[in-house]
Structure formats: C-alpha cells, structure tokens
Write a protein that binds this ligand. Structure first.
Ligand SMILES: [Zn+2]
Length: 282
C-alpha cells in the first residue's frame, strides 16, 4: 500500500479516521463523507487479491463459492435485467467485472449482444470456456473501444473494488451511446445495517472493498461523470445484515427485521444495505 489518497468523489484531502480493519485505515472525507481505505493499493496488489481462492474458498473474505451460488445468482440477475430493460431497449451490453459470466449469459439468452471485462483470469476463463462468452481482461479504462457504442454498461458489486472508480465511470460513459444506461450496485455505508454493524459490517472488507459509497456520494460521482440518475433501489435488508458476525440487537427483534414482509416493504420503499443505481448518459 502506498501514499494517502485524496477523496475520489470531491477531491478533498482532509479525512476523519473511522476504523482500522485488518490493518487498513478506513477514513471518511470531511467534505462529502465518502468512506474509503485511506491508502492506495497498487494495481499489482489489487490483482493479487482475485486468484481462484477469492472465488471458491469459503475461508477468504470473498465469496462463499461463486459457482455453488449459480442458480440463486441467475435468478437475482434476471430481476436486475428486467430493471435495465425498463430503461433501455435490448441492444448491446458491456459488463465490467463479469465474474463467471452468469449475468451476461442471462442477457444473451434474451437477445442482448454481450461482452465482458474481467481482470481475474480464473473467473474470465470460466466465462469463456463454460459459457463461450467474449471476455477481455481490462481494466475498462485501458481497453480500447472498437465498434459501435453500447446501449448498456453494468457493474454489479464492482465499483467498491476498484482503485479508480471515477476513471472507470468516465470510461463507461465514453463507451455508452448518448441516452445509454449504466446500472451498478454497491453497499450503502449510510444504511441502517452499515451503521448498526460498524466495523463488523459484512461489506467492510478491505483491501477487497476500497470504497464505501452512500446514496449521496454515489449520486454525486455519477452526476460528476456525466450521468443523470434515474433511480436507486435497495435490497430491502434493513438493520440486520444476515452475513455480519455480531448482530447487536435481541434475537426476536433481529428476526422481525429480517422477516419477509419487512424486507418486501423496505425494498418497495427503496431501502436496504445494498443499492442498485440506474443512470443515463447525458
Ligand atoms: Zn470527498
């Protein structure tokens, strides 16, 4: 890890320390309140985080077996695809951080022309070999744009992993046709869950997660990079993060907050600890 970094959203240089998690300083910008890892990793350090163990080893801070979760993920991706299709007609799509390719595979089966960018060789190879998808190593900001601009760019649970979210959004904008749509998801550090769990929040995982956005900071970065935000949905998880280690409320309260009706209601209200943002290229 190298020098301290300036705020990615507002460029500010003054921060308050929030937590230290696994040796990484988590800071909050005094101006715009973006939360982030206070020291920049190098691209090499970041790349080393995503070998096969990240995807398949339940012991790591990554996923609990991405392949095992395939059906659940595909189901979730179909609902996200519905949302994207509510904003833009089926055409061409670029997914940044395409992982094992399940989202692209679902989109392709609906008639989208798809292409992925995935820096993890393990994941990209999986998508190419098993699903026959076209996947480039990226990063997006260094991949040359060939051919027509695309109708949609999606980045599911990716922006928090990047070391240059602003540059990546600018590159995404450059790839989109005017009126094209970007869709992305990330945790909401100002959600009730994040506040309740604090440093134990399941998404507080440096060095994998470098940036912790809120609705406000995410909206600001999207607007700054040339997008008009159309909607921000929530996953409906209120207060109790099922994946966090220590829920700090009584069990009965926790159970009520995690119940189906509450989640459904919260989702309808756009609340939750993960946000799904949809924005249009201006
Ligand atoms: Zn800031």
């Amino acid at each position: 890890m190298s020098a301290e970094r300036r705020c990615e959203v507002c460029g500010g240089a003054s921060t308050d320390p929030l937590y230290e998690v696994d040796g990484f300083p988590i800071v909050r910008c005094r101006d715009c309140r973006l939360v982030y890892v206070g020291r920049s990793p190098t691209a090499e350090e970041l790349a080393a985080l995503y070998d096969e163990s990240y995807w398949e080893d339940p012991e790591t801070m990554g996923y609990e077996g991405y392949a095992a979760a395939e059906e659940r993920k595909r189901h979730h991706f179909r609902t996200l695809l519905d949302r994207v299709e509510g904003l833009v007609a089926r055409g061409s799509m670029l997914e940044v951080g395409s992982a094992y390719g399940y989202f692209l595979d679902e989109a392709r089966s609906r008639g989208w022309e798809v292409r992925g960018i995935e820096p993890s060789p393990h994941a990209a190879e999986h998508a190419r070999r098993r699903l026959g998808l076209e996947v480039l190593p990226g990063p997006l900001s260094e991949t040359s744009a060939d051919g027509e601009p695309v109708d949609a760019v999606v980045m599911w649970d990716v922006i928090e992993h990047l070391h240059d979210p602003r540059r990546t959004l600018e590159a995404a904008r450059a790839r989109l046709r005017p009126g094209g749509v970007i869709a992305l998801s990330t945790g909401d550090v100002e959600s009730l869950s994040a506040r309740l769990h604090g440093r134990d929040w399941s998404l507080m995982t440096p060095p994998w997660h470098q940036f912790y956005f809120s609705r406000r900071t995410l909206r600001r970065l999207l607007e700054d990079t040339g997008f008009a935000v159309e909607r921000i949905d929530g996953d409906g998880v209120v207060a109790i993060d099922p994946a966090s280690v220590r829920p700090r409320v009584p069990r009965l309260v926790a159970r009520a907050l995690r119940s189906r009706p509450v989640t459904k209601l919260a989702r309808r209200a756009g609340a939750g600890m993960i946000m799904f943002a949809y924005a249009r290229r201006r």
